[in-house]
Ligand binder design. Structure first.
Ligand code: SF4
Length: 328
């Protein structure tokens, strides 16, 4: 058995320095990393515990936005008064994910870095998984792929990203703050996760040794008309078959701006820009929403067992927009 060394960091600089060791992994809530370690998928040699870092605060920004520290738990974010008042969709998305116990442990940064729940990835007895073992193939493409991607997949990987929080953050134009050995940088949430292309083993644009320090939300534009809709196999503790973060900025009954981001359908939160374009400037109506729903699944692909997701996603987009816009 491979032994693991352990350090507890007390400041960000120390954590980043410790993480430069080969095989190092940050550990926060550990809700996904420890599962994957126990099943032999993650093989850390060195754990850098970041639970003592001063990154758990949720603070209002001078422009009316919000800075969420990377170590703020999912529960702390979902129940924060300013999140509930100004970014209700984010609270809805988080509360639709996992269990109370997991939300109490899971952190904001860890939520974004959780890995796919593709059965063939999480069970190492399956031989072919390009994400777990690059170059080995993909057992899902010709296998049982009911939960897999319909948009943005490649012939290397058709996995989906499991986070609900990330879907809402993408719709809210959040910015991910990173710090690493080369300094600090910021990445728009919509660019943080990758499509699989030829390297499905790489989930995000984060570089080795970089740490998520915070997620910043801009001043709210969509606080009046937003909704997070999650469709899943059972009412709790299940990942999304399809989810939709829908947010509308209305001028009377005209759509001034809109965000539509889908979860459970792609390797990353999937922004449905064609659907947004179909709706922007239009009068909010069932006919306009139907056009947006159709546009949201343009180019979607059925891999054998997951074809039902195409109509499900179309209907979910329409329903989420109806609810956000007050038509439902
Ligand atoms: Fe692995 Fe991706 Fe294929 Fe699943 S879909 S088996 S994660 S390569």
């Amino acid at each position: 058995m491979q032994s693991i060394s352990y350090d507890r960091a007390t400041d960000v600089r120390q954590a980043i320095d410790l993480a430069q060791q080969p095989g190092a992994k940050f550990i926060g809530g550990g809700t996904n990393l420890l599962d994957l370690y126990k099943s032999g998928i993650e093989k850390p040699i060195h754990l850098v515990d970041i639970n003592r870092l001063p990154l758990a605060d949720i603070t209002e920004l001078p422009d009316g936005g919000l800075r969420i520290g990377a170590m703020a738990t999912n529960t702390a974010v979902a129940t924060h008064p300013l999140v509930r008042e100004r970014y209700r969709m984010l609270s809805e998305a988080i509360l639709n994910g996992a269990t109370t116990q997991l939300r109490n442990m899971a952190t904001t940064g860890g939520n974004l870095l959780q890995r796919t729940r593709c059965y063939y990835f999480t069970d190492p007895t399956f031989a072919r998984c390009n994400k777990r073992n690059p170059g080995s193939g993909c057992d899902a493409i010709d296998g049982f792929n009911r939960i897999h991607a319909i948009l943005g997949a490649s012939d290397q990987c058709i996995a989906t990203h499991p986070s609900d929080m990330a879907v809402a953050l993408a719709a809210l134009d959040a910015i991910v703050h990173l710090q690493g050995p080369n300094g600090e940088r910021q990445v728009p949430m919509q660019d943080f996760h990758r499509l699989p292309e030829d390297h499905p083993e790489i989930d995000t644009v984060i570089q080795p040794g970089e740490l998520i320090t915070a997620v910043a939300l801009p001043a709210p534009t969509f606080s009046q008309h937003s909704h997070y809709l999650k469709v899943r196999d059972r009412a709790s503790y299940a990942f999304a078959l399809v989810s939709v973060a829908a947010a509308i900025d209305l001028d009377g009954d005209t759509v001034r701006d809109v965000r539509i981001v889908l979860g459970g359908v792609a390797h990353k939160p999937w922004r449905a820009q064609e659907a947004e374009d179909a709706l922007r400037g239009q009068t909010l109506s069932d006919e306009a929403l139907a056009r947006a729903g159709a546009a949201a699944v343009a180019g979607a692909k059925d891999y054998g067992h997951n074809g039902f997701k195409i109509e499900l996603a179309q209907r979910a987009v329409i329903r989420a927009l109806q609810t956000a816009g007050g038509l439902a």
